[in-house]
Design a protein around this ligand. Sequence first.
Ligand SMILES: *Cc1c(COP(=O)(O)O)cnc(C)c1O
Length: 386
Amino acid sequence: MSYEIATRCLYGDKKENAFDRTGAISYPIYQTATYEHPAVGQSTGYDYSRLQNPTRQHVEDIVASLEGGVDALAFSSGMAAITALMELFRPGDHIITDSDLYGGAIRLFDNVSEKNGIKFSHIQFHLDKVEDFINEDTKAIYIETPTNPMMNVIDIRALAEVAKSHGLLLIVDNTFLTPYFQKPLELGADIVIHSGTKFLGGHNDTLAGFIVTSSEEISEKLRFLIKTVGSGLAPFDSWLIVRGIKTLPLRMEKAQQNAQEIVAFLQKQEKVVNIYYPGIEGTESYEICRKQATGFGSMVTFEVESKELAHHILKATKLIPFAESLGGTETLITYPTTQTHADVPEEVRIKNGVTDRVLRLSAGIEDSRDLIEDLKQAIESFEGSL
Ligand SMILES: *Cc1c(COP(=O)(O)O)cnc(C)c1O
């Protein structure tokens, strides 16, 4: 019998595997660095926690189950996962990415991976034709969908076909929608990335990252890397992510509903000139998202009429913290220009639409009336002139 996703958030694929031999309902935190060997040449299956630890393995099994992968690897942060991923490539390899991407990924690609000889083309997948950028050194396509922060939706199935026909890996960062709403491996992607810090952990309290793959061969290479580079997730942090995932479906639904109510409120505000949310009907993003996902998520980016108003809102919200990060129980608002995307070159930022009037909001699970009241007083208390 295979379980539905909400059940898999608790037990993974099989309840029998979800418990250790004590039957503890909450999986134990195996706070150990090393393990006794029964005899020479024998192992309990655990030798040293850099290689594997039961609590880490438990969270990996659950994430692999949710994404439908053959394997998932848990890292100490999303960036640690992406850094390990880059070790699959060699000097001279070329990767095509979106220019609208988590700022930390762009910082890694442009400053660290480039230095190691990997080449990147940052394109606009919703406008450009990816085939025009593929050359003989191209090895992979790396995207987020919806993109961060502009919320453009990319057709994963169509892109997977292009990738396959050119022998490229398709890598999808699925942080924003999570497997609760979108399963890129089922749509043809080879590798899924997560910042587990965000919705999977879900409480703004733990850093974590995941790589999930549908390929045994890639899994084997990644297993070698995680034990070699040593950035696996610690036992306690693994446990916190296990606990977070238990409520993923409830949080995703509530946060999405709050996001939709906030969008409806923003649509009535004269001083809000653009709203970027894939759940708004009549947009291309809406049509693609409806085909490949079961929800639109809880990330809302919006543009107000002046930089002064944007700055004012960040200062004037009383309930909603001005803070980076997303996907947690608390609604957060941030300013991509100076925060999450400060390392993206200014001309790229502007071309993508990330102006100094753009704010990004991650809806949490509060009562939406309090969130809307807070945004309302923040917008209405602005007295500056244009
Ligand atoms: C936050 C984030 C990352 C980086 O993850 P960390 O856990 O902060 O290292 C990568 N991708 C996306 C889409 C993110 O939002």
